[in-house]
Design a protein around this ligand. Sequence first.
Ligand SMILES: Cc1ncc(COP(=O)(O)O)c(C=O)c1O
Length: 462
Amino acid sequence: MRAAKRPVEPYRIKVVEPIRKISRQDRESALRRAGFNIFRIPAEKVFIDLLTDSGTSAMSDRQWSGLMVGDESYAGAKNFFNLEAAVKTVFGYRHVIPTHQGRAAERILFEALVKRGDYVPNNIHFDTTRANVEARGAKAVDLVHDRAYDPDSGHPFKGNMDVEKLERFIRAKGAEKIPLAMLTITNNSGGGQPVSLENVEAVSRVCRRHRVPFFFDACRFAENAYFIKKRERGYGRREMAGIARKVFSFGDGATMSAKKDGLVNIGGFLTLNDDELARRLKELLIIGEGFPTYGGLAGRDLEAMARGLIEVLDEDYLEHRVGQAAYLAELLDRDGIPIFKPVGGHAVYLLADRFLPHIPRREYPGWALTIALYRESGIRAVEIGGVMFGRKEKGGAPAEEIFPRLEMVRLAIPRRVYTVSHLDYVAEALSRIYHNRDGIRGLKIIRQASSLRHFTAEFEEL
Ligand SMILES: Cc1ncc(COP(=O)(O)O)c(C=O)c1O
């Protein structure tokens, strides 16, 4: 059988952070102390941490040296102007407003634009985007194409918005009820799937026709641009920066969590063209985040972000980045382990209900798989399924829980942090678990919060 293509790291390692294998006994007692919730396990008790790709990137030597030229002036720090120049180069919009992370950018944008009774369409809203829309008394609506929910569809752009649904939705609700439409690139909640340039252009056309402002949730814009280059006809010879710039040319602005494709551990921003809206956003920024030239960040953070945004468009980096997810996915797939296809840019998603068919949805197979993975190997992953998104119908007791369509476990790969041998270790651990899966048990929740319960809930094994 053909060996999986091993992605060669396009970097040398200059500083190392030791990680420690945890004994089986220690893993078992960590699980019990954490109430069988991997969010409650101290990071020091984790060997390989695939909980998230957000804020977990390794910075380059250029970024670290950027920290030393941090200008910590309250107003007008030189690093702000470096960030502004980098964002304008990559995105092409007139205004740049730093925030401490992505959800702060969302909160401020929605505070300025969204009011009670409004609707905000997106391909699929990420949880913080949805929560910030709902906090304004508006409704967050997912209008992704239906194939996004089919884990076996091999469509190359499963993040695409269904443009006809969008058109119908705007006509049905009226454009005056839709203060903005968004596209999340790549679509994190739908398996990290990309959006094609053709779809971006079509969404933009509908929004323009109805005069609905069009914003990107741009966290993983560079990975999205790489997929366009590789999968969309006509872009094979284009530079990454040119593709990203073309994508943004169809929108009016973007919210950005630079903890992803800004290659930093903290940071975000808003960027847009509308002068009047930018003025209002800066007023709101001052109340909650800080002066418009630092927005809740230190000067050194702005500098690292400015440098990261340029580095992330390096094609060798992106080939390796997307290659790591593809490599891990191929190892798992060849072993018969069920995964969401095609693989996205930042993570591999396991189909937990197919992995553990003997555990019913009400006993949380995805959650059980995260526990088994930690117990077997000290690897931390995150459930994206019944615990994270399950909910009870209001009223009518005893209410049955309603589960999301997909029951998945996400293995998110931090940027420039792990090597091929770490990925081999993950694949070997999953293989052992898969071939002995009959012994894995479901769980029941014994304590939970009323919202975002996955962060703190406690469980008992059945
Ligand atoms: C698509 C998407 N949007 C928004 C956010 C929120 O960003 P932050 O965690 O920086 O607030 C995330 C974070 O994971 C995300 O994946």
